[in-house]
Every structure is written in structure tokens, then in C-alpha cells.
Design a protein around this ligand. Structure first.
Ligand SMILES: Nc1nc2c(c(=O)[nH]1)N[C@H]1C(S)=C(S)[C@@H](COP(=O)(O)OP(=O)(O)OC[C@H]3O[C@@H](n4cnc5c(=O)[nH]c(N)nc54)[C@H](O)[C@@H]3O)O[C@H]1N2
Ligand SMILES: Nc1nc2c(c(=O)[nH]1)N[C@H]1C(S)=C(S)[C@@H](COP(=O)(O)OP(=O)(O)OC[C@H]3O[C@@H](n4cnc5c(=O)[nH]c(N)nc54)[C@H](O)[C@@H]3O)O[C@H]1N2
Ligand code: SF4
Ligand SMILES: [Mo]
Length: 688
């Protein structure tokens, strides 16, 4: 039988690798390298290698489901649409909220945004970027006028010093990790700061382990050392930055001397001094960060501090430099670009700006207008409103997210979602969240459609259809368009194919203006901003000037604050969470992938040998972990790779769900939860 190869981009992380899907008898059966993408040059990580395995899983959703007397019953699309349309129409605009998805295309996120603001006229749309890089979008925008990764992935290999803080790049963005290794092989230094001795840390020339939640103190300390030694880039600071004097006054305080920060963070003073010297004296230094920086009640402060360091050393708008915020999901950058956020339309055009509001109202042509020009609720705030102010939000439409496992404090989330009158979930599997829905809609997956996605380096690339969706499942854009038509808005959702949606996006979005499928249909895609059809795209931002109207970068003087919940007598351990290379978030896809699931079949908690000894716990023994929010049982992994007093869990596994324990304390600006620090107690489980 003949095999067909279909080039597409990876549905997992924001690196944006390409590979070929191998198709046999109309079904995806494997992956093969596609060597022409400059991002990964034919290489992929395990998730890319096995990205075909979940596609034809027997438990893919194939028919719409309607809940009757607490049980799901299969329904036709018409029955499902009729019920949803009738229900959706019965709510006032702001009783409705939508969650868009970093898993689906730009076009589909744009449509759900248009549906929410145009059809429902609601202000409330958000997605998992809130749990992820909301701090980046706010923090980097305040620093540079644009909230995106400043340099490109290829550029990292050019750097003379790569400083990774709060990113386990080799496991979570493996093909970006490869660029950091290339920098090292080219003679650059690799510095990794992480509470755990991760696979990334193991490659470092200098590794420092510290207590979660002390990043601002550490970064201030590095800046203080750089200034005291005269290693700052005086020209950059005097001609391109505002706020230097205020920053200097804070970072030179005695509190941030290496000896004092050593006490807060647990990093020996000598290591802090060496890191400052390497960063301060390198010809170029690329800073890479991810969730270790953003997922804190001080997430925005942390992000601004990374920007401060990179401005201070003149590493903004420079090759081999930059603040490289590694965006997580395959299309989380795109979902943000498409305005699936409660404060902006596409391209970060503000909802509250009257001219922008009018622009979208005019472009869309809803005869009865669109949502008010007011900001809506963030997903974390939606959950609080649902529990604290019942009746204010009544109905939700969730496309491609699984908050019942991914949001903090799951007991709280269960109560919140339980308070909804009507919930629609559109997914490829019957997830923990879908179980709670009134109607479940079966969606096509990445291998079953076209469309575009935007990777962490702002590179817009295409997906290509390799097989038909299973059963009656439909592409997300078709579902949203058909539902809009049922609700009386066929004219505003007239799309015959997904390309028409992209052209509409390009027309209303300055940074995507110059893009079209013809230009994108090549191995390297295009980086936004790309303002005209002649423009080559922009791999590196802020060359010569930043994106603020006056062109200046803004430094922020920031003091260190501890996490919202710190260990005490009752809950004596610092608890932090994250991921492993084999699994993806709530496991809906990777746990249905035979190979990946076989590698890592369940969760664990990392405990240092000293702590394990004190607790009387052996490796692989079950322990009970309890926080102020709940309690779980999980096998212990006793490892010297974690600091005494700190414990780590991946959040992929429903049977030992880390988010039962986590804390829904929010950064005041970004509204991101503190996934990276709370307090727990741990007990050995003794036979009854
Ligand atoms: N295999 C795999 N890859 C993924 C994902 C996945 O689920 N699986 N998810 C994707 C997504 S959406 C994202 S957002 C990225 C996330 O990518 P990463 O941010 O790299 O992943 P995490 O494991 O969440 O956290 C990174 C590191 O932060 C450290 N850390 C913990 N507390 C602190 C702290 O207080 N300060 C600092 N500086 N570091 C701390 C942890 O020890 C951990 O090694 O990964 C993407 N890639
Ligand atoms: N404790 C803890 N919790 C965390 C984090 C942490 O570090 N620690 N990290 C947070 C971060 S950074 C993130 S990004 C979130 C992720 O949180 P979520 O986005 O909720 O997690 P996923 O499991 O990726 O959920 C995506 C869903 O989309 C579905 N899906 C896949 N493809 C398609 C498609 O084509 N169409 C449709 N309609 N559905 C599709 C999948 O089956 C899955 O149910 O988790 C957050 N939660
Ligand atoms: S590094 Fe990311 S994009 Fe590349 S193959 Fe792995 S999961 Fe996919
Ligand atoms: Mo993420």
C-alpha cells in the first residue's frame, strides 16, 4: 500500500517544529522527519516522534453528546446546535464566558473571540495563557511595549552566554535546548538557575539551586554586582532606557548583597558573583525563562526583573541577547495574538479604546452591535466569581481546555464549574471537564485540518490536513461558524474554508497584515510583525528602539516579596509543580499515546534524601501530601536532584492531581496563579 507524507507542525510545544505525518489507507500511522524547517532541521523530541499515536485512539469523541438525567446520550449535530442556541440566547451578555484554546489554530481562536464578543456580546473570553505567560504579556509590554519573546530560536545558538532561569528547556522545549547546546559548543557559557537539578541544569557550566519564589532577590543581586563592578552597558542605559536611577537605588541596597541574598535563596554568594560576572562581561547574553518566573503572585515583578537585567547589560535589540520568554503550548502565542484575552482584540488592540472598538464593530457588521468596550474576566477570576458571587456567570463554552485538571485548587474549580447552569465543552476526548458538561462537541485534531499556528518566536506556520476526522467530529472553526449561523449570524460567519478566516484576521491585525497563505506556505513561515506583503517578517524585536511610543525601554525598581503561602510548622515543605518530557499537561493526549504512557505511567513527588530520611520514607513508597486545600496520595521519588525543604510534582496525572494542592493566589496584575510555590505537609502512609 502506498504511503503519503504530509508536512505539518507539531501540536505540542511552542517551539514549532515540523515533521511529516505518514498516512496509510487514509489514516495517520506514523511520523517521519521533515528536514527543511530551520527550527528543528528534521529533529524532534519524543512527543513529536509519537504525535500520531493519540490521533486514532479508540476513545476519540465521534458524536455530539447531550447530558440527560446525569448521563451522556449521543445526539445529532442539529439537536446539539438547537439546544445550545436556545440556551445561549436565554442569557444576558455578561452571564456568558468562553475559554479559547492554545491547542487550536489562530483562525479558530479568532472565531471564538468573534463569537463571544459579536454573537454573545460578552466581555468574558480568556484561555490558558492566564495560567502560563500572562505575567510575560503584562511584564514585557510594560518594559518594552511588546509582550513577546524578543529574539528568535536560531539566534540563541549565536549567544556567548545563555542564562536559563525557571525553564527546564531540555525537557519542555527540547529543540530550543538544542540551540542552547549549540551556543555552548560554540564557546558560550551556559548558566542554569533552578530549584531542581534538572536535565537542563546538568548541562550547565554553572548551576545554582535555590528556594522557589526568590527570583527577584536573585536578579536584583546579579544587577547590583554588575553595577558595582562597572559591567553595565552605559550607552544602552543612558540612551535607550528610562528608570535607571530608581532601579540602581534598589539593587544596590544591602539587602541584595550576595551574602544577604544567599540567605534568602540558598545560593552560595560565590555562585551569585560568578553568574553576575559571566552575564555582565559576555559579549552577548540570551536570557531564557518560562514558568519558574511567571507562575507566581509576583510573576509580573519577576518578568520585569529579567527585562531589567537584559537592558542593564545592553542585551535588548542585540543578536545573541534578548528576553526569551519560552511560550508553552503550540499556539498559545497565537491565541493571545488573536485576542482570546479579556482586554484586547487581535494584535493586542485594546478593547477599551473607542477607536479600536469601533474598528471591530464596523469590520464585523453585527446589526445589533458587539460587547461593551470594557475589559472582561480572566479565567482565574471567572472561577472566583462562580464560587463567590453565584448567579453572575451562568453559562460557559470551553473549547480545548481542561481546567478540571489544569487550574489551581481543583476542589474550588469543581465547585465553580458545578455552579454553572449550562456548560458546553468542545474537545477531542471526554476529559475531566467534559464530564461536567451539558453538551459535548467532538472536534477534529491537528492532523485533521489546515490553518495556522504561531510559535514562541512569533513564527506563523501552517498545519496541513492528513486524514479525515473520526466519525462525525468537525473542525473547530466549522463548529463555531455553524453554531453562529444557528443563532442568526450566518452573514457574519460566511466562511467556506479556513483561509478566508485568515484573510479577515490579516485585514484587522497590523502585525499580521502582510501575511497570507501563499506567503506562509513555505518551510520557514513568517515572523510577526509583518506589516506589508513585501515585508520579510521580524525575527528580532527592539533593534534600535523599543516598541513603546517614545521608543524607550522602561526599567522598573522592584523589591523582593515572598510567595503568598510560605512553609510553617503545620505545612513545613515548599511545594512546587511542573512537567516532565514524556507527558503533556492533563495527559489527554500523551496518556493515550502508547509509547509515552509506557515510559511514565503515573505521577510522583520528588523528595530530597535528607527529607525522606526525616519522614522515614523510602523511594517509591506511597505518601500522603496535604495542603490547606486538599490531600492526595502519590509515590515518593527520593532524589538528590531537589533541594532540602522543597518538593516537586508534575501535574499530568488525575490519580494524583497536583492541583488539588496548589494555591489560587493571584498576581495582582496578570491574575496568574502561584503554581510554583505553596506549603504542604507529607506523611508516610502506614498500614491501618
Ligand atoms: N513535555 C512537556 N513539554 C511542555 C509542556 C508539557 O506539559 N510537557 N508544557 C508546555 C507549556 S504550556 C509550558 S508553559 C512550558 C513550561 O516549561 P517550563 O517552565 O520549562 O516547565 P515547568 O516544569 O513548569 O517549570 C520549569 C522549571 O521551573 C522550576 N521552578 C520551580 N519553582 C521555581 C521558582 O520559584 N523560580 C524559578 N526560577 N524556577 C522555579 C522547576 O523546578 C522547573 O524545572 O512547557 C511546554 N512544554
Ligand atoms: N500545577 C500546575 N498546574 C498548571 C501548570 C503548572 O506548571 N503547574 N501549568 C499551567 C499551564 S502553563 C498551562 S498552559 C495549562 C494548560 O492547561 P490546559 O490547556 O487546560 O491543558 P491541556 O491538557 O493542554 O488541555 C488542552 C485540551 O485541548 C484538547 N484538544 C487538543 N487538541 C484539540 C483540538 O484540536 N480541538 C479541541 N477542541 N480540543 C483539543 C485536549 O484534549 C485537552 O483536553 O496548565 C496550567 N496548570
Ligand atoms: S520540541 Fe516541542 S515542537 Fe518540537 S517536537 Fe518536541 S514537543 Fe514538538
Ligand atoms: Mo503553558
Amino acid at each position: 500500500m502506498e504511503l503519503k507524507y504530509v508536512q505539518t507542525t507539531c501540536p505540542y510545544c511552542g517551539t514549532g517544529c515540523s515533521f511529516n505525518l505518514v498516512v496509510k489507507d487514509g489514516k495517520v500511522v506514523g511520523t517521519q522527519p521533515y528536514t527543511r524547517s530551520p527550527v528543528n532541521e528534521g529533529r524532534v523530541c519524543p512527543k513529536g516522534t509519537y504525535a500520531h499515536e493519540f490521533v486514532n485512539s479508540p476513545d476519540r469523541l465521534t458524536k455530539p453528546l447531550i447530558k440527560k438525567d446525569g448521563k451522556f446520550v449521543e445526539a445529532t449535530w442539529d439537536e446539539a446546535y438547537d439546544l445550545i442556541a436556545q440556551k445561549f440566547k436565554s442569557y444576558k451578555p455578561d452571564e456568558f464566558a468562553a475559554l479559547a484554546s492554545a491547542r487550536v489554530s489562530n483562525e479558530e481562536n479568532y472565531l471564538l473571540m468573534k463569537f463571544t464578543r459579536g454573537v454573545m456580546k460578552s466581555r468574558h473570553i480568556d484561555h490558558c495563557a492566564r495560567l502560563c505567560h500572562a505575567s510575560t504579556v503584562a511584564g514585557l509590554a510594560a518594559s518594552f511595549g511588546s509582550g513577546a519573546m524578543t529574539n528568535s530560536i536560531l539566534d540563541i545558538a549565536e549567544s556567548k552566554c545563555v542564562f536559563i532561569i525557571g525553564s527546564n528547556t531540555f525537557e519542555q522545549h527540547p529543540l530550543i535546548g538544542r540551540k542552547a547546546m549549540q551556543a555552548k559548543l560554540n564557546g558560550g557559557k551556559l548558566i542554569v538557575f533552578d530549584p531542581r537539578y534538572t536535565p537542563t541544569a546538568k548541562q550547565a557550566d554553572l548551576y545554582a539551586s535555590f528556594y522557589s519564589g526568590t527570583d527577584v532577590a536573585i536578579l536584583n543581586c546579579l544587577m547590583g554586582e554588575i553595577i558595582r563592578n562597572g559591567w553595565e552597558d552605559k550607552e544602552w542605559v543612558s540612551t535607550r532606557a528610562k528608570g535607571y536611577e530608581e532601579l540602581k537605588a534598589v539593587v544596590l541596597k544591602d539587602d541584595y548583597l550576595p551574602e544577604n541574598v544567599s540567605k534568602i535563596s540558598g545560593i552560595p554568594a560565590e555562585q551569585l558573583k560568578t553568574a553576575a560576572e559571566w552575564i555582565g562581561t559576555a559579549e552577548s547574553c540570551a536570557l531564557l525563562y518560562s514558568m519558574g518566573i511567571t507562575q507566581h503572585t509576583v510573576g509580573v515583578d519577576n518578568v520585569k526583573s529579567t527585562a531589567n537585567l537584559q537592558m542593564l547589560t545592553g542585551n535588548i535589540g542585540r543578536r545573541g541577547g534578548g528576553v526569551n520568554a519560552l511560550r508553552g503550548q503550540n499556539n498559545v502565542q497565537g491565541a493571545c495574538d488573536m485576542g482570546a484575552l479579556p482586554v484586547v482584540f487581535t494584535g493586542y488592540q485594546k478593547v477599551t479604546d473607542p477607536a479600536t472598538h469601533k474598528k471591530f464593530a464596523d469590520a464585523w457588521g453585527f446589526p445589533d452591535g458587539i460587547c461593551e468596550p470594557k475589559n472582561g474576566y480572566e479565567v482565574t477570576v471567572m472561577m472566583d466569581v462562580l464560587t463567590d458571587n453565584p448567579g453572575e456567570l451562568k453559562c460557559m463554552y470551553i473549547m480545548g481546555e481542561n481546567p478540571m485538571l489544569s487550574d489551581p485548587d481543583l476542589n474550588h474549580v469543581r465547585e465553580a464549574i458545578g455552579n454553572l447552569e449550562f456548560l458546553v465543552v468542545q474537545d477531542i476526548f471526554l476529559t475531566e471537564t467534559a464530564e461536567m458538561a451539558d453538551v459535548v462537541l467532538p472536534a477534529a485534531c491537528y492532523a485533521e485540518r489546515g490553518g495556522t499556528q504561531t510559535s514562541t518566536e512569533r513564527r506563523v506556520q501552517m498545519w496541513r490536513k492528513a486524514q479525515d476526522p473520526p466519525g462525525e467530529a468537525k473542525e473547530d472553526w466549522q463548529i463555531i461558524s455553524e453554531l453562529a449561523a444557528k443563532m442568526g449570524y450566518a452573514k457574519q460567519f460566511p466562511y467556506q474554508d479556513i483561509e478566508e478566516i485568515f484573510n479577515e484576521i490579516a485585514a484587522v491585525t497590523p502585525s499580521y497584515h502582510g501575511m497570507n497563505y501563499e506567503r506562509l506556505n513555505k518551510p520557514e513561515g513568517l515572523h510577526w510583525p509583518c506589516p506589508t506583503t513585501e515585508h520579510p517578517g521580524t525575527p528580532i524585536l527592539h533593534i534600535g528602539k523599543c516598541s513603546h511610543p517614545d521608543g524607550m525601554g522602561v526599567m522598573h525598581a522592584i523589591e523582593w516579596k515572598p510567595p503568598a503561602e510560605v512553609p510553617d510548622e503545620e505545612y513545613p515543605y515548599l511545594f512546587t509543580t511542573g512537567r516532565c518530557i514524556w507527558h503533556w499537561h492533563t495527559g489527554s493526549m500523551t496518556r493515550r499515546s502508547e509509547t509515552l504512557d509506557a515510559e511514565v505511567p503515573t505521577g510522583w513527588i520528588e523528595i530530597s534524601p535528607d527529607d525522606a530520611k526525616a519522614l522515614g520514607v523510602q523511594n517509591k513508597e506511597m505518601v500522603r501530601v496535604t495542603s490547606r486545600r486538599g490531600s492526595i496520595e502519590v509515590p515518593a521519588k527520593v532524589t538528590p536532584d531537589i533541594k532540602n525543604g522543597v518538593m516537586f510534582m508534575p501535574f499530568h496525572f488525575v490519580e494524583c492531581a497536583a492541583n488539588i494542592l496548589t494555591h489560587n493566589a493571584l498576581d495582582p496584575i496578570a491574575k496568574i496563579p502561584e503554581f510554583k510555590a505553596c506549603a504542604v505537609k507529607v506523611e508516610k502512609i502506614t498500614e491501618a
